[in-house]
Design a protein around this ligand. Structure first.
Ligand code: ATP
Ligand code: MG
Length: 262
Protein backbone atom coordinates (compact mmCIF):
# COMPACT_ATOMS: atom_id res chain seq x y z
CA UNK A 1 0.00 0.00 0.00
CA UNK A 2 1.42 3.43 -0.94
CA UNK A 3 1.00 6.53 1.19
CA UNK A 4 -1.41 7.86 -1.43
CA UNK A 5 -3.98 5.21 -0.54
CA UNK A 6 -5.22 5.62 2.99
CA UNK A 7 -5.62 2.34 4.93
CA UNK A 8 -9.34 3.06 5.15
CA UNK A 9 -9.62 3.37 1.36
CA UNK A 10 -13.07 2.06 0.32
CA UNK A 11 -11.48 -0.11 -2.37
CA UNK A 12 -9.56 -2.11 0.25
CA UNK A 13 -11.94 -5.03 0.85
CA UNK A 14 -12.39 -5.99 4.52
CA UNK A 15 -11.34 -9.46 5.68
CA UNK A 16 -14.19 -12.01 5.65
CA UNK A 17 -16.47 -11.79 8.70
CA UNK A 18 -15.85 -15.48 9.29
CA UNK A 19 -13.29 -17.99 8.10
CA UNK A 20 -13.35 -21.62 9.23
CA UNK A 21 -10.44 -23.80 8.11
CA UNK A 22 -9.87 -27.50 8.75
CA UNK A 23 -12.06 -27.47 11.83
CA UNK A 24 -12.28 -30.89 13.46
CA UNK A 25 -13.56 -31.65 16.93
CA UNK A 26 -14.25 -34.63 19.16
CA UNK A 27 -16.23 -34.34 22.42
CA UNK A 28 -14.48 -35.51 25.61
CA UNK A 29 -16.38 -38.83 25.44
CA UNK A 30 -14.59 -39.49 22.16
CA UNK A 31 -17.53 -38.78 19.86
CA UNK A 32 -16.19 -36.91 16.85
CA UNK A 33 -18.67 -34.31 15.58
CA UNK A 34 -16.61 -32.27 13.06
CA UNK A 35 -14.23 -33.80 10.53
CA UNK A 36 -12.56 -30.85 8.79
CA UNK A 37 -14.92 -27.99 8.05
CA UNK A 38 -13.89 -25.25 5.62
CA UNK A 39 -15.85 -22.17 4.54
CA UNK A 40 -15.75 -18.38 4.64
CA UNK A 41 -18.51 -15.80 4.95
CA UNK A 42 -17.85 -12.39 3.41
CA UNK A 43 -18.90 -9.23 5.21
CA UNK A 44 -22.59 -8.50 4.69
CA UNK A 45 -23.49 -11.99 3.42
CA UNK A 46 -26.47 -13.92 4.80
CA UNK A 47 -25.74 -17.65 4.79
CA UNK A 48 -27.96 -20.53 5.92
CA UNK A 49 -26.37 -23.54 7.65
CA UNK A 50 -28.52 -26.57 6.88
CA UNK A 51 -28.15 -30.21 7.83
CA UNK A 52 -29.93 -33.10 9.49
CA UNK A 53 -30.12 -33.69 13.25
CA UNK A 54 -26.72 -34.59 14.64
CA UNK A 55 -24.80 -33.18 11.65
CA UNK A 56 -22.66 -30.96 13.90
CA UNK A 57 -24.32 -27.57 13.35
CA UNK A 58 -24.53 -26.57 17.01
CA UNK A 59 -21.04 -27.94 17.63
CA UNK A 60 -19.80 -25.70 14.83
CA UNK A 61 -21.68 -22.65 16.18
CA UNK A 62 -20.15 -23.19 19.63
CA UNK A 63 -16.69 -22.90 18.05
CA UNK A 64 -17.43 -19.50 16.51
CA UNK A 65 -17.02 -17.61 19.78
CA UNK A 66 -14.75 -20.05 21.54
CA UNK A 67 -17.31 -21.80 23.77
CA UNK A 68 -15.82 -25.02 22.38
CA UNK A 69 -12.11 -25.15 21.56
CA UNK A 70 -9.29 -27.62 21.53
CA UNK A 71 -9.86 -29.47 18.28
CA UNK A 72 -7.89 -29.08 15.05
CA UNK A 73 -8.15 -26.20 12.61
CA UNK A 74 -8.87 -22.50 12.95
CA UNK A 75 -11.75 -20.04 13.20
CA UNK A 76 -11.06 -16.42 12.27
CA UNK A 77 -13.49 -13.55 12.83
CA UNK A 78 -12.79 -10.39 10.83
CA UNK A 79 -9.14 -11.38 10.69
CA UNK A 80 -8.90 -12.16 14.41
CA UNK A 81 -8.17 -15.78 15.39
CA UNK A 82 -10.63 -17.28 17.88
CA UNK A 83 -8.59 -18.33 20.88
CA UNK A 84 -7.90 -17.49 24.47
CA UNK A 85 -5.83 -14.43 23.59
CA UNK A 86 -8.65 -12.39 22.02
CA UNK A 87 -11.63 -13.96 23.76
CA UNK A 88 -13.27 -10.75 25.02
CA UNK A 89 -13.08 -9.13 21.61
CA UNK A 90 -14.28 -12.30 19.87
CA UNK A 91 -17.30 -12.49 22.20
CA UNK A 92 -18.15 -8.91 21.21
CA UNK A 93 -17.75 -9.60 17.51
CA UNK A 94 -19.72 -12.86 17.34
CA UNK A 95 -23.32 -12.42 18.45
CA UNK A 96 -24.97 -15.79 18.99
CA UNK A 97 -28.75 -15.98 19.38
CA UNK A 98 -29.35 -19.35 21.01
CA UNK A 99 -32.33 -21.48 20.13
CA UNK A 100 -34.02 -20.91 23.49
CA UNK A 101 -34.35 -17.20 24.37
CA UNK A 102 -34.52 -18.15 28.05
CA UNK A 103 -30.85 -19.15 27.84
CA UNK A 104 -30.09 -15.53 27.04
CA UNK A 105 -32.45 -13.39 29.15
CA UNK A 106 -31.91 -13.27 32.88
CA UNK A 107 -32.22 -9.66 34.06
CA UNK A 108 -35.29 -8.11 35.76
CA UNK A 109 -36.11 -5.90 32.77
CA UNK A 110 -35.73 -5.97 29.00
CA UNK A 111 -33.67 -2.78 29.15
CA UNK A 112 -31.17 -4.30 31.60
CA UNK A 113 -30.86 -7.46 29.53
CA UNK A 114 -30.06 -5.45 26.39
CA UNK A 115 -27.67 -3.18 28.34
CA UNK A 116 -25.82 -6.08 29.96
CA UNK A 117 -23.36 -6.85 27.15
CA UNK A 118 -22.44 -3.28 26.17
CA UNK A 119 -22.19 -2.27 29.87
CA UNK A 120 -19.78 -5.18 30.50
CA UNK A 121 -17.79 -3.93 27.52
CA UNK A 122 -17.46 -0.53 29.26
CA UNK A 123 -20.25 1.57 27.76
CA UNK A 124 -22.15 3.83 30.15
CA UNK A 125 -24.41 6.86 30.48
CA UNK A 126 -26.15 8.34 27.44
CA UNK A 127 -24.02 6.26 25.07
CA UNK A 128 -25.23 3.03 26.69
CA UNK A 129 -28.81 4.29 26.71
CA UNK A 130 -28.66 5.14 23.02
CA UNK A 131 -27.19 1.72 22.20
CA UNK A 132 -30.02 -0.03 24.07
CA UNK A 133 -32.69 2.14 22.48
CA UNK A 134 -31.37 1.55 18.96
CA UNK A 135 -31.15 -2.22 19.46
CA UNK A 136 -34.72 -2.38 20.79
CA UNK A 137 -36.00 -0.18 17.96
CA UNK A 138 -34.40 -2.45 15.39
CA UNK A 139 -36.48 -5.37 16.65
CA UNK A 140 -39.61 -3.30 17.32
CA UNK A 141 -39.50 -3.83 21.11
CA UNK A 142 -38.79 -0.31 22.39
CA UNK A 143 -42.21 -0.14 24.10
CA UNK A 144 -41.26 -3.18 26.20
CA UNK A 145 -38.05 -1.80 27.70
CA UNK A 146 -39.32 -1.75 31.29
CA UNK A 147 -41.13 -5.09 31.23
CA UNK A 148 -39.64 -8.20 32.82
CA UNK A 149 -38.54 -10.54 29.99
CA UNK A 150 -40.34 -13.50 31.60
CA UNK A 151 -43.68 -11.70 31.18
CA UNK A 152 -43.24 -11.55 27.41
CA UNK A 153 -44.48 -14.04 24.85
CA UNK A 154 -42.00 -16.49 23.30
CA UNK A 155 -41.82 -14.51 20.05
CA UNK A 156 -41.25 -11.27 21.95
CA UNK A 157 -38.49 -12.91 23.99
CA UNK A 158 -36.85 -14.11 20.77
CA UNK A 159 -36.83 -10.50 19.52
CA UNK A 160 -35.33 -9.25 22.77
CA UNK A 161 -32.68 -11.98 22.51
CA UNK A 162 -31.81 -10.65 19.04
CA UNK A 163 -31.64 -7.12 20.51
CA UNK A 164 -29.22 -8.21 23.27
CA UNK A 165 -26.87 -9.39 20.55
CA UNK A 166 -27.39 -6.40 18.22
CA UNK A 167 -26.56 -4.08 21.13
CA UNK A 168 -23.00 -5.40 20.90
CA UNK A 169 -22.82 -4.26 17.25
CA UNK A 170 -21.43 -7.66 16.25
CA UNK A 171 -19.37 -8.39 13.17
CA UNK A 172 -21.49 -11.48 12.61
CA UNK A 173 -24.91 -12.48 13.88
CA UNK A 174 -25.30 -16.24 14.35
CA UNK A 175 -28.81 -17.57 14.89
CA UNK A 176 -29.61 -21.15 15.94
CA UNK A 177 -33.11 -22.01 14.68
CA UNK A 178 -34.51 -18.45 14.74
CA UNK A 179 -37.96 -19.38 13.40
CA UNK A 180 -38.64 -22.32 15.72
CA UNK A 181 -41.79 -21.98 17.86
CA UNK A 182 -42.83 -18.73 16.18
CA UNK A 183 -46.34 -18.29 14.84
CA UNK A 184 -46.55 -17.40 11.12
CA UNK A 185 -46.87 -13.64 11.74
CA UNK A 186 -43.94 -13.56 14.20
CA UNK A 187 -41.90 -15.71 11.84
CA UNK A 188 -42.49 -13.23 9.00
CA UNK A 189 -41.83 -10.22 11.24
CA UNK A 190 -38.50 -11.69 12.36
CA UNK A 191 -37.63 -12.28 8.70
CA UNK A 192 -38.36 -8.61 7.98
CA UNK A 193 -36.13 -7.60 10.90
CA UNK A 194 -33.27 -9.85 9.79
CA UNK A 195 -33.54 -8.59 6.22
CA UNK A 196 -33.43 -4.98 7.40
CA UNK A 197 -30.17 -5.47 9.33
CA UNK A 198 -26.93 -4.44 7.73
CA UNK A 199 -24.91 -7.23 9.33
CA UNK A 200 -23.34 -10.54 8.33
CA UNK A 201 -25.66 -13.43 9.22
CA UNK A 202 -25.10 -17.16 9.66
CA UNK A 203 -28.42 -18.86 10.31
CA UNK A 204 -28.78 -22.48 11.41
CA UNK A 205 -32.20 -23.72 10.40
CA UNK A 206 -34.37 -26.71 9.58
CA UNK A 207 -36.92 -24.26 8.12
CA UNK A 208 -35.87 -24.54 4.48
CA UNK A 209 -38.38 -22.00 3.07
CA UNK A 210 -37.06 -19.54 5.67
CA UNK A 211 -33.48 -20.21 4.55
CA UNK A 212 -34.51 -19.62 0.93
CA UNK A 213 -36.35 -16.44 1.77
CA UNK A 214 -33.52 -14.91 3.79
CA UNK A 215 -30.22 -16.36 2.66
CA UNK A 216 -28.95 -16.21 -0.92
CA UNK A 217 -26.29 -18.79 -0.03
CA UNK A 218 -26.50 -22.02 1.96
CA UNK A 219 -24.10 -24.59 3.36
CA UNK A 220 -25.10 -28.18 4.00
CA UNK A 221 -23.29 -29.70 6.95
CA UNK A 222 -23.59 -33.46 7.00
CA UNK A 223 -21.76 -35.94 9.23
CA UNK A 224 -19.34 -33.25 10.30
CA UNK A 225 -18.27 -31.98 6.86
CA UNK A 226 -19.54 -29.36 4.43
CA UNK A 227 -21.33 -31.45 1.81
CA UNK A 228 -22.51 -28.53 -0.32
CA UNK A 229 -22.00 -24.77 -0.56
CA UNK A 230 -23.98 -22.79 -3.12
CA UNK A 231 -27.05 -20.76 -4.03
CA UNK A 232 -29.82 -21.73 -1.62
CA UNK A 233 -32.40 -22.08 -4.41
CA UNK A 234 -30.15 -24.39 -6.40
CA UNK A 235 -29.33 -26.62 -3.42
CA UNK A 236 -32.98 -26.95 -2.41
CA UNK A 237 -33.97 -27.80 -5.99
CA UNK A 238 -31.40 -30.62 -6.14
CA UNK A 239 -33.59 -33.58 -5.13
CA UNK A 240 -30.73 -36.05 -4.99
CA UNK A 241 -28.56 -33.81 -2.81
CA UNK A 242 -31.49 -33.13 -0.50
CA UNK A 243 -32.33 -36.82 -0.11
CA UNK A 244 -28.69 -37.73 0.49
CA UNK A 245 -28.60 -35.39 3.49
CA UNK A 246 -32.05 -36.07 4.95
CA UNK A 247 -33.35 -32.63 4.03
CA UNK A 248 -37.05 -32.45 3.17
CA UNK A 249 -39.04 -29.54 1.88
CA UNK A 250 -42.53 -28.99 3.30
CA UNK A 251 -45.29 -30.74 1.35
CA UNK A 252 -46.14 -28.83 -1.81
CA UNK A 253 -43.28 -26.32 -1.45
CA UNK A 254 -41.49 -25.69 -4.75
CA UNK A 255 -38.19 -23.83 -4.30
CA UNK A 256 -38.23 -22.93 -8.00
CA UNK A 257 -41.43 -20.93 -7.54
CA UNK A 258 -39.91 -18.59 -4.94
CA UNK A 259 -38.32 -15.33 -5.99
CA UNK A 260 -35.79 -14.42 -3.39
CA UNK A 261 -35.69 -11.03 -1.76
CA UNK A 262 -31.96 -10.78 -1.21
N1 ATP B 1 -21.71 -32.91 24.78
C1 ATP B 1 -21.60 -33.87 23.86
N2 ATP B 1 -20.88 -34.98 24.10
C2 ATP B 1 -20.76 -35.97 23.18
N3 ATP B 1 -21.31 -35.93 21.95
C3 ATP B 1 -22.05 -34.84 21.66
C4 ATP B 1 -22.25 -33.76 22.58
N4 ATP B 1 -23.03 -32.82 22.00
C5 ATP B 1 -23.30 -33.30 20.77
N5 ATP B 1 -22.72 -34.50 20.55
C6 ATP B 1 -22.77 -35.31 19.33
O1 ATP B 1 -22.16 -34.59 18.26
C7 ATP B 1 -22.89 -34.75 17.06
C8 ATP B 1 -23.27 -33.38 16.54
O2 ATP B 1 -24.21 -32.78 17.42
P1 ATP B 1 -24.80 -31.34 17.20
O3 ATP B 1 -25.59 -30.98 18.40
O4 ATP B 1 -23.71 -30.43 16.80
O5 ATP B 1 -25.77 -31.59 15.94
P2 ATP B 1 -26.78 -30.57 15.23
O6 ATP B 1 -26.42 -30.58 13.78
O7 ATP B 1 -26.80 -29.28 15.93
O8 ATP B 1 -28.17 -31.34 15.37
P3 ATP B 1 -29.68 -30.76 15.58
O9 ATP B 1 -30.20 -30.48 14.20
O10 ATP B 1 -30.38 -31.95 16.18
O11 ATP B 1 -29.63 -29.57 16.49
C9 ATP B 1 -24.07 -35.64 17.38
O12 ATP B 1 -23.76 -36.95 16.98
C10 ATP B 1 -24.19 -35.56 18.90
O13 ATP B 1 -24.68 -36.76 19.42
MG1 MG C 1 -28.29 -28.21 17.00
Amino acid sequence: MTSATAPSSPSASPPPSLEVAGLAFAYPDGHQALFGVDFAVARGERVALLGPNGAGKTTLVLHLNGILTGGAGTVTVAGLPVGRKHMAEIRRKVGIVFQDPDDQLFMPSVREDVAFGPASAGLKGPELEARVRTALERVGMEAFADRPPHHLSYGQRRRVAVATVLAMEPEILVLDEPSSNLDPASRRELADILRSLDVTVLMVTHDLPYALELCPRALILSEGVIAADGRTGELLADDELMRAHRLELPFGFDPRSVTMGA
